[in-house]
Design a binder for this molecule. Structure first.
Ligand SMILES: Cc1cc2nc3c(=O)[nH]c(=O)nc-3n(C[C@H](O)[C@H](O)[C@H](O)COP(=O)(O)O)c2cc1C
Length: 338
């Protein structure tokens, strides 16, 4: 902290921190939120470059979910990471973020039973043949073990492309009802093989992906998981189980834990700071830095949470979607108040 910052109210949010040599100039993160502005084939557009370039302020930008495979496409015009042809555009995106002195991370995802089959033209797949409890799209087909291994490989290859494009890290999407949260949840995972049943089995694919990605990208590349800690649905994943998964992720070598909800979207919960209790629980189980989101635009609340070590980074989505330089203004407000 500089001399000028000392004594300023809420200045903890301006504190820089370093992880594996990457400098995070403050405690704000641009959360991943899909804006569906890629080409229909998943290639980065000029429009996307302009929008990401205007998101000044956060020290870390986590780029919206990018599909690792066609069958895992959730909605129209998502970014894709499923083939080498995508790398050139991703490189331009990483450059735009770096020009703003921000750490650049890309989120990668497979939608599972939440995929839009009218776009993919492919059968939806999932851990088990269970209709998605919240999105309620088509009845998926249960994946074979061979197909599960192919999906793991798709995540690894996607991470390698993100690295080749010049990003600083990759985030595995394991929340909001997409494929990996479908594996974690007893409501959507009814398998009786090594990928279903016990928590160890339900978290096996996530852990295999994390270990496979780490081995492929090396130790210097940042590896994040956005973990849905709690399904907030009766009979679903509980925060207690989520915390055990968080511990395993730390053991497996992830660098930052990003916390959100499991099968349910966080947007269905009342704010402000709707995930505060969840974040506290997760943070108590790990020593690696934790990112939290969920209506955290109030500076006092955000600073209190960081001060009390309930979370290390504050992520914002909808505010930045409405106003791309929202965090820059927040930082100025903090900077001018004594
Ligand atoms: C339109 C929209 C798209 C979103 N897309 C993603 C996404 O791609 N990946 C993800 O992890 N979360 C996604 N989210 C959730 C946000 O990252 C965030 O967790 C949520 O909006 C709560 O934060 P907020 O109150 O600051 O908006 C999305 C949210 C919105 C509103």
């Amino acid at each position: 902290m500089t001399e000028a910052m000392k004594g300023k109210k809420n200045s903890i949010l301006l504190e820089s921190t370093e992880i594996k040599g990457y400098v995070f100039s403050n405690r704000y993160v641009c959360a991943p939120f899909d804006i569906a502005k890629a080409e229909n084939n998943g290639i980065i557009t000029e429009e996307l470059l302009t929008i990401y370039g205007s998101r000044v302020g956060p020290s870390l930008i986590i780029v919206e979910q990018a599909a690792v495979a066609k069958a895992g496409q959730y909605r129209e015009r998502l970014i894709f990471t499923d083939r080498d042809e995508c790398i050139n555009g991703l490189e331009k995106l990483a450059n735009v973020i770096h020009q703003n002195n921000q750490v650049a991370v890309m989120q990668i995802n497979h939608a599972g039973s939440a995929a839009d089959i009218s776009l993919t033209g492919l059968e939806a797949v999932a851990p088990s043949a269970v209709i998605h409890p919240t999105v309620k799209r088509s009845m998926p087909r249960a994946l074979t073990v061979l197909e599960i291994k192919e999906i793991k490989e798709a995540f690894i290859q996607a991470a390698l492309r993100v690295k080749e494009a010049g990003f600083d890290g990759v985030e595995i999407h394991n929340c909001h009802g997409f494929l990996l949260s479908q594996f974690l949840s007893p409501l959507t995972n009814k398998r009786s093989d090594e990928y279903g049943g016990s928590l160890d089995n339900r978290s096996r694919l996530l852990l295999e992906i994390v270990k496979g990605v780490r081995k492929a990208v090396g130790e210097e590349f940042l590896l994040l998981v956005r973990l849905g800690l709690d399904d907030f649905l009766s009979g679903g994943m509980t925060a207690e189980d989520g915390c055990l998964v968080a511990e395993k992720l730390q053991e497996a070598g992830i660098d930052i834990l990003d916390i959100s909800t499991g099968l349910m979207s966080p947007l269905s919960l009342p704010g402000p700071a709707m995930l505060r209790e969840l974040l506290k629980k997760a943070k108590a189980h790990v020593t690696i830095p934790v990112i939290g989101a969920g209506a955290l635009e109030n500076i006092e609340i955000a600073a209190d949470m960081v001060e009390k070590e309930e979370v290390d980074f504050i992520a914002l989505a909808r505010k930045i979607m409405k106003q791309p330089n929202y965090v820059e203004e927040l930082l100025e407000t903090i900077n001018t108040k004594v």
